[in-house]
Design a protein around this ligand. Sequence first.
Ligand SMILES: C[S@@+](CC[C@H](N)C(=O)[O-])C[C@H]1O[C@@H](n2cnc3c(N)ncnc32)[C@H](O)[C@@H]1O
Length: 254
Amino acid sequence: MIRIDEEKGRVFIEEDGVEREVAMDSPEAFRRISRAWLRAGWDHKYVYSFTWLGRPIIQLPEDMLRLQEVIVALRPDVIVETGVAHGGSLVFYASLCQLLGTGRVIGVDVEIRPHNREAIEAHSLFPLITLIEGSSVDPEVVARVRDEIDEGAKVLVVLDSHHARDHVLAELEAYAPLVNVGSYLIAADGIMGDLAGAPRTAEDWTWNNPAEAAREFVRRHPNFAIEAPAFAFNEGSVERAVTYWPDGYILRKR
Ligand SMILES: C[S@@+](CC[C@H](N)C(=O)[O-])C[C@H]1O[C@@H](n2cnc3c(N)ncnc32)[C@H](O)[C@@H]1O
């Protein structure tokens, strides 16, 4: 539990019945306040309030800004995302590809609702987007994704579909062979593990979440490591992203 004295710039942290006090400008205060803010954002469905170039994008803006840094540094030939919903994240990646003059996007969803498909197909960035309908772990769907990608292409994968541990683990196993050394598999929404007791959550989220899948995947595959990318620019004192994707960046090391 935390209490904040904004006037004095102090944060009071209670753990196991003992209260400690830290300064607002300490890394711990920033971390604890951010955690509380993420929880409040979940309760308010804050991430369901943004669009990108006209399409709803169900993401925390900081996660998109950080991912933009990765995409600019990596310049992938193909960005694969499982979980399309309204298409906002596909349009986000496609807009970066267009500005960078390189790359295209493949989106996979078990159900692309007709109004979403119509709007995505009508979007000016649709020439850079390929939609594939079907379960992300269906071997036929995985094969269709693979067939869309040229040999040797630099691929970045974002997993944002069904967030149960076993599903994400199956996605990681299925899509990992597409990812090159130096690129990432991203398991979105590991925040589920930190949301115990919040509305619209389930008790098993403490273990049944994408971050658990990521941790199990790197245990199985030592050529991958959970490694959040360093900030591309940082003149402040915050060193870790405020993110819905804790332990979400899985780097292929070799
Ligand atoms: C969180 S939304 C995706 C949000 C989107 N990436 C964005 O940023 O706006 C999750 C999506 O995953 C899809 N989904 C659920 N189970 C799936 C599966 N087995 N395979 C592929 N997509 C699935 C749902 O239909 C839903 O559209």
